[in-house]
Design a protein. Structure first.
Length: 191
């Protein structure tokens, strides 16, 4: 009985060291060597200071920036998740109507202009940093007006949108998208 107990204890100790210490250290070292930027959270630096991550959306609600997709959790990565409101929810219908009205009025859209779905529905994680190029183009007039941009500068904004448009992965997975956080960082550099 004592012999089996000590054998089991030794196995527990060895496996704990292998799976609890050695394996995590090995994986961390490999990640740091192979793709250090991704392993460290895809952090974005601006003037040597960390200003965010390219993988996590941020709230931009001022008129002088492109707006991100709505978030049910306020872009807080700790409780990442959705609102869990279903398609028959009156609260969801009210939120969607309010978001559609706000986006349409703020961007001076006509009643016939369709508001892209990502501007009225929150993502499942609440952290999605992307919008469609169409959603960005609908915001150009508002952003240009708020920043008092000239026509030449407005063309630079349109070029920024084009430069920041990411194509579907492998040309077939996902949709064309723009990282709003990175777009807004570069927007501040337009002179």
């Amino acid at each position: 009985m004592k012999t089996q107990f000590f054998i089991a204890l030794k196995i527990l100790l060895v496996l704990s060291i292998i799976t609890g210490i050695a394996y995590p250290l090995l994986m961390t070292a490999m990640a740091q060597l192979i793709f250090p930027v991704r392993a460290n959270g895809s952090l974005v630096l601006n003037n040597g200071k960390i200003v965010g991550s390219e993988l996590i959306g941020q709230q931009f609600d001022g008129s002088n920036y492109f707006w991100s997709r709505p978030s049910a959790i306020g872009y807080n990565p700790v409780p990442s998740g959705a609102s869990n409101l279903g398609p028959t929810s009156g609260k969801l219908a009210k939120q969607v109507a309010e978001r559609r009205d706000l986006f349409s009025k703020s961007n001076m859209l006509t009643e016939t202009t369709a508001v892209p779905p990502e501007m009225i529905f929150a993502s499942a994680s609440g952290l999605d940093p992307h919008i469609s190029p169409e959603a960005a183009l609908l915001q150009v007039e508002r952003v240009s007006s708020a920043r008092k941009l000239t026509e030449v500068q407005k063309l630079k904004v349109l070029q920024l949108i084009k430069n920041h448009t990411e194509e579907p992965q492998f040309s077939l997975l996902g949709e064309r998208r723009i990282n709003v956080f990175e777009l807004n960082l570069n927007l501040d550099n337009i002179r």
